[in-house]
Design a binder for this molecule. Structure first.
Ligand code: PAF
Length: 292
């Protein structure tokens, strides 16, 4: 264990699963709960809000910081993913120095076999992110399941920005009978509406400012969805992005919130959600909005 001395309080940081497990066994009791926030680091206010919720609802909170190689289908994206462990641990310690940090190496997690398990998520994986990032959700399923085995959380917190990931994790937990509650938490946005994301770190000041257009278009699409059908809204979004030289639309989809299947005709008793992925200067940004 490495201990960060923060304002005279020691924050526990573990780089290996064996010492983390030993520590957790020494602090947890038969009725204490462990809240878990899995992250890939480059922490922002959205992550800190998940930690805050976990602190409120559990006796112990564990945060993992691990850039998981098996969920990246694009090697450049993996290489350029921001890695800011020191700043991240300072942010966590400022929030609460009792938070337990697990920052493993690839070896500690994968033990020489950096591959994904094959999952069946009942088709949730075939749409949107799964369609455009082949293998991504097998990588997510693999790491989340492994982290759950190591941390043994009672409650695990995931942001709704990655709404498809949230649904997929819930499916994996259900299908594997894992004893953990999955809690979805609201999206945190910058002042201009841009959804907070670790990838925002890679944007220039101008790109970050201009990226406000993503949320503006999502909110306009939500308004249009009240009177127009799914195809009309989709076409409007696609046409709007064609006139924008800074951003390349990868997909815009309106899908059933539960099954994630694309909306063909609106059904009264179903909830719909819009999903978007956009490239700016090779940096991929995603966002989502409920259309209810
Ligand atoms: O959402 C993320 O940051 C990652 O997909 C997660 C859940 C930490 C797994 O690597």
């Amino acid at each position: 264990m490495f201990a960060l001395n923060f304002n005279k309080t020691i924050m526990p940081i573990f780089y290996g699963k064996a010492t983390l497990t030993e520590f957790l066994n020494s602090v947890k009791t038969s009725n204490s709960t462990i809240g878990f926030v899995p992250t890939m680091g480059a922490l922002h206010q959205g992550h800190l809000s998940l930690m805050q919720q976990s602190l409120t609802e559990n006796q112990h909170t564990v945060v993992s910081i691990f850039v998981n190689p098996t969920q990246f289908n694009n090697p450049e994206d993996l290489e350029k993913y921001p890695r800011t462990l020191e700043a991240d641990t300072q942010k966590i310690a400022s929030l609460d120095p009792n938070i337990i940090v697990y920052a493993p190496s690839v070896e500690d997690i994968y033990e020489g076999n950096v591959t994904s398990q094959d999952f069946d998520f009942d088709g949730l994986e075939n749409q949107m992110e799964g369609k455009f990032r082949p293998g991504h959700f097998n990588g997510v399923g693999t790491i989340v399941k492994r982290l759950f085995e190591i941390v043994t959380p009672t409650n695990a917190y995931f942001g709704e920005k990655d709404f498809q990931q949230l649904q997929i994790v819930k499916k994996m937990v259900h299908k594997n009978h894992l004893k953990v509650n999955i809690i979805g938490c609201p999206i945190f946005r910058e002042a201009n509406g841009l959804a907070m994301s670790s990838r925002n770190e890679r944007l220039s000041a101008t790109e970050r400012e201009q990226a406000a257009v993503i949320y503006k278009i999502l909110t306009a699409a939500k308004e249009k969805f009240k009177t127009q059908n799914c195809e009309e809204v989709k076409q409007w979004v696609e046409k709007t992005f064609k006139t924008n030289e800074m951003f390349d639309l990868e997909y815009f989809e309106i899908a059933n919130e539960e099954t994630l299947t694309p909306c063909e005709a609106k059904l009264k008793d179903k909830n719909y959600r819009a999903f978007i992925a956009v490239f700016v200067n090779n940096i991929r940004l995603i966002d989502t909005i409920s259309l209810k």
